[in-house]
Design a protein around this ligand. Structure first.
Ligand SMILES: [Zn+2]
Length: 185
């Protein structure tokens, strides 16, 4: 997952959001599910045990705590605590055809939980520093609790996907149309 921390390419951040959504959706997330998620996002080829999975879910709860806040001071404090406990050993790397950018060092037999928390803390820290605010959030649609990374440059994003935004807009539009009919004339 080396290109994750590059400017304007928040792939690693999308992995964190999807992980948060997977963990909060499932009561028991299995090693197979987490491993498939890692593979899909180009993560390290860990062979996860069920006990790794349990620890990864606990670690994800700490990341969810950060994604749930929109207070940048609180987020910075939580990210710094993670960086203290799980130093990321960042280094500049240059991928073919790309400018120099900061990356978490690829793990050599690293513990999956340490890998997750160090990579995520660095990615969230770089992102917070770059955007100057908590450019992430939880979907504002009433029946959706998904976390998302806010990659927009202007208005802060409120919904996890355009689909949720459309759904809320359609529901509001329908409600507007039905209210006058509900009133006695
Ligand atoms: Zn949503």
């Amino acid at each position: 997952m080396t290109e994750d921390l590059s400017r304007g390419n928040p792939r690693g951040l999308h992995f964190i959001a999807e992980l948060a959504n997977t963990v909060q959706d499932g009561t028991q997330v299995s090693a197979a599910v987490l491993q498939a998620l890692l593979e899909r996002h180009g993560g390290p080829p860990f062979v996860l045990t069920e006990s790794d999975a349990r620890r990864l879910c606990e670690a994800t709860a700490r990341l969810i705590h950060i994604l749930a806040t929109d207070d940048e001071d609180q987020a910075a404090e939580a990210i710094n605590a993670l960086l203290d406990q799980h130093p990321a050993q960042p280094r500049l790397a240059r991928l073919p055809g790309r400018p120099w950018s900061l990356h978490a060092k690829a793990p050599q037999n690293a513990d999956p939980t340490h890998w997750l928390l160090s990579t995520a803390a660095l990615a969230l820290g770089v992102w917070l520093g770059e955007r100057g605010r908590c450019a992430w959030g939880q979907c504002a649609a009433p029946d959706c609790n998904h976390y998302f990374i806010d990659t927009g440059r202007r208005t802060p994003q409120r919904y996890c996907t355009p689909r949720c935004a459309t759904r809320v807009r359609v529901a509001a539009h329908r409600a507007q149309r039905t209210i006058p009919m509900a009133r006695p004339t």
